[in-house]
Design a protein around this ligand. Structure first.
Ligand code: ADP
Ligand code: MG
Length: 383
């Protein structure tokens, strides 16, 4: 079956002659309707170029870009503009709100370019992002996070088939980043197709799939399934515990060959390096290991202290599941719920999170919502 989005051997060259830049170099990939794809990669690797081609803001030099069966590289300018208005909703890092228009007018502007303005619909769209009470505010009267939510409402108002987001949280603080990702997660739950450029590891993990770009090419071996990511987490956890237990080596569920293959892949994506025949963390690997360990040990505490489960095997099995599904937000709230514990039930240290610095306590309504969040996991399914 053909994908909803299909890029075949797409190349984009800016300029001509010796000064030309090959921003994309033979990129091919398919995405299904309803998929959430994160595009990652270093600055200058072609992420924005790729998004602009998907958003019909620009056209490929060669290759084809098909969206919903339409080859957009063959559309004429006027058709392209119409196709874009009907098909995609853009969210930018810089929000791009018109300064002298109110929130609701900014949303209506997108309707204007699409069909007809409808204030009721625009307000409905603002409501979806929790901004209906700010409809008559100017962008300058809104925080960065609020401006981005208005921009998301604008992207949603024409009910686009695809949401394209270029580093949507690049200018936001941690709390507003989480708010934006929560909205994107809701849009994903609603079945929308999302293509998002991000630098944020955690954000990348929210997506169904990641495409890693480098020098305008997709690093094919860097597209991992949830299962593969869980294997990486297992390896990272094992390496973390090895540093804690000083010499005593716990066994893993992997065969030697599997372990070697995993380490090779993880070295390629910059999670570990081999030094003197020993696997060591890179800073990125260590940060990810820390997060996994933190989720695991907090989950253990939750089962034991809050849910009063005392069966060791049950606790371990559940913690192993939870460590893969807890979002950073739920993890921090769980930590807060339990008063920022520093040790797991077995006495191993729990790495501190952002929330541990503030040491806030929860009221009972928040507590209930944390419990619900923890029971449901990230996608609202029971773990
Ligand atoms: P990213 O979003 O990953 O940082 P871009 O897609 O913006 O990367 O850029 C990829 C490459 O193409 C870079 O080398 C950049 O300088 C170049 N580039 C992007 N847009 C243009 C343009 N309009 N004209 C010339 N070069 C461009
Ligand atoms: Mg960019």
């Amino acid at each position: 079956m053909a994908g909803f989005i299909e890029l075949a051997d797409v190349t984009k060259v800016y300029g001509a002659g010796p000064q030309s830049v090959r921003a994309l170099d033979g990129v091919s990939f398919d995405a299904e309707r309803g998929e959430w794809i994160a595009i990652m990669g270093p600055s200058g690797s072609g992420k924005t170029t790729l998004l602009n081609l998907l958003g019909c803001l620009d056209q490929a030099s060669s290759g084809s870009v098909r969206i919903g069966g339409v080859d957009v590289s063959k559309l004429r300018r006027a058709d392209l503009t119409r196709f874009r208005a009907e098909t995609v909703g853009f969210i930018f890092q810089q929000f791009h709100l018109v300064p002298h228009l109110t929130a609701v007018e900014n949303v209506m502007l997108a309707q204007f370019f699409h069909s007809m303005t409808d204030e009721g619909e625009a307000l409905e769209s603002l409501k979806q992002v929790g901004m209906e009470s700010r409809a008559s505010h100017l962008p300058s009267q809104l925080s960065g996070g609020e401006q981005q939510r208005v921009a998301i409402a604008r992207a949603l108002v024409n009910d686009p088939k695809i949401i394209l987001a270029d580093e949507p949280t690049g200018n936001l603080d941690a709390e507003n980043q989480r708010a934006v990702f929560r909205i994107l997660d809701q849009l994903h739950e609603q079945g929308r197709t999302i293509v998002m450029v991000t630098h944020d590891e955690n954000a990348g993990r929210l997506a169904d799939r990641r495409l890693n770009l480098e020098y305008g090419r997709i690093k094919e071996n860097l597209i991992f399934s949830a299962e593969q990511n869980q294997d990486f987490d297992e390896v990272l956890e094992h390496l973390w515990m090895r540093t804690e237990s000083r010499g005593h080596m716990e066994s893993t569920a992997f065969t030697e060959a599997q372990w070697r293959r995993l380490i090779t892949t993880m070295a390629q994506i910059g999670l570990v390096v081999m030094k003197d025949g020993i696997e060591r963390f890179t800073p990125a690997g260590e940060a990810r290991a820390r997060d996994v360990i933190r989720r695991h040990r907090l989950a253990e505490r939750l089962f034991m202290d809050v849910l009063n489960i005392n069966d060791e095997i049950e606790i371990e099995a559940s913690a192993c599941k939870f460590e893969h599904i807890l979002s950073p937000e739920v993890t921090d709230r769980m930590c807060t719920l339990m008063g920022h514990p520093t040790e797991c039930p077995h006495g191993s240290p729990i790495p501190q999170g952002e929330c541990c610095v503030e040491k806030r306590v929860l009221d009972s309504a928040e507590m209930a919502s944390v419990m619900r969040g923890a029971m449901r996991g990230r996608h609202g399914r029971l773990a």
